[in-house]
Design a protein around this ligand. Structure first.
Ligand code: SF4
Length: 377
């Protein structure tokens, strides 16, 4: 097993809050807020004393490209100079198409970012407006071209389905527009209305006309069909990649591997504990500046909980599933013994399969993944 782990760096700023967003992100910031936060984040990174090497680094948010490119480049430099980096590490930044141009992206590429993930969500102008996205469909197309011009050869796009009043035809259009951009990776995922979001408020008032479940299921099926026909391999429930272009950072999460986490609200999973930093950028920055504890919460998992989570997360990997040998090497018990009843139930229903070393969802099981995964926890 590869012992290198992942590293997540959080940039919490966004030009505007999207209607569906429950991430730890904030609009209405100033240059001074950014400068203070970048200084604090740099300090947190440089104070790291553990020395497990990393083979993936992921700048997420928020919108990492909402801060000056030179700041993001300096933060990456802090990571590269502090942690041991495995050769060929995957280094990703998320980006919002409305927040950068070729010159900005060239700074990031020169700094060492070798993968970029654009939150596009839709190519339909009406749906972009409904979601409160700050960019147009053309800006999304131009962003991918700008990334190519800046030297990125590993580009991902996110699209969402199950949006208010979205039709199957609109979804098909967005998928086709995304395919035309020939990115290496696609994340195609369903809207989930989270408490505290603009969409949640509308839903409470009965003003959020979401597609019926059957239509949303048809959209997912269409995504799988269209992406597969275009040569993308579905390797995770919502992720599709050209051969060899899977997101390695996310694979760490789905294998329940440890990871570093830096920044406000970031979670680090080290030594069997998940530790979350203070969420507010101001509170986080103050804590770093005064040398006080950054921790908002710590969750220490029992071996039983870790095993259940490892199965639940691993089943998201539709192609690889959970490696029985790796599981047994980590926990000292074969998952077929530990979860005999659950595996028997879902195998009999045709939703799970044991294929060689792998315990994974069947193609039919992928459509009922939540039901299967919940049974293990
Ligand atoms: S750009 Fe992303 S992180 Fe920022 S508000 Fe929109 S969905 Fe949330």
């Amino acid at each position: 097993m590869n012992d290198a782990i992942g590293c997540y760096v959080h940039i919490p700023f966004c030009v505007r809050k999207c209607a569906y967003c429950d991430f730890n992100s904030y609009s209405g910031y100033t240059d001074a807020h950014i400068a203070r936060y970048v200084a604090a984040l740099t300090q947190e990174i440089r104070q790291t004393t553990t020395a497990t090497s990393v083979d993936t680094i992921f700048f997420g948010g928020g919108t990492p490209t909402a801060i000056p490119a030179t700041d993001e480049a300096a933060l990456l430099r802090a990571v590269l100079e502090t942690l041991p980096i495995a050769p060929g590490a995957e280094i990703t930044t998320e980006a919002n198409p409305g927040t950068m141009d070729v010159a900005h992206l060239a700074v990031l590429r020169d700094a060492g970012f070798n993968r970029i993930s654009f939150g596009v969500q839709s190519f339909d102008p009406g749906l972009l407006k409904t979601m409160d996205r700050i960019h147009s469909a053309d800006e999304a197309r131009n962003a991918v071209k700008a990334a190519r011009a800046a030297g990125f050869d590993n580009v991902s796009l996110d699209l969402m389905f199950g949006l208010p009043r979205q039709t199957l035809k609109q979804w098909q259009y967005s998928l086709q527009e995304a395919l035309a951009l020939e990115t290496e990776h696609l994340s195609l995922y369903s809207l989930i209305v989270e408490e505290g979001t603009g969409f949640y408020t509308l839903q409470q008032k009965g003003k959020l006309p979401l597609p019926e479940d059957d239509l949303a299921a048809d959209m997912y099926e269409m995504a799988v069909e269209i992406a597969s026909a275009a040569g993308y391999e579905q390797y995770e429930i919502a992720s599709f990649a050209r051969p060899g272009r899977e997101c390695r950072q996310n694979r760490h999460y789905w294998r329940n591997d440890p990871y570093y986490g830096f920044g406000c609200g970031a979670v680090a999973y080290l030594d069997g504990a998940r530790r979350m930093n203070l969420k507010s950028p101001a509170a986080y920055s103050s804590a770093v500046e005064s040398g006080s504890d950054l921790t908002l919460s710590v969750e220490t998992l029992t071996p039983e909980e870790t095993m259940a989570e490892t199965i639940m997360l691993g089943l998201r990997l539709t192609r690889d599933g959970v490696s029985r040998r790796t599981f047994e090497g980590r926990f000292g018990i074969d998952p077929r013994v530990k979860f005999a009843a659950e595996i028997e139930t879902f195998t009999r229903r045709g939703l799970l399969e044991l294929a060689g070393d792998s315990l994974r969802l069947t193609p039919q099981g992928v459509f009922l993944a939540s039901e299967v995964m919940v049974a293990f926890v």
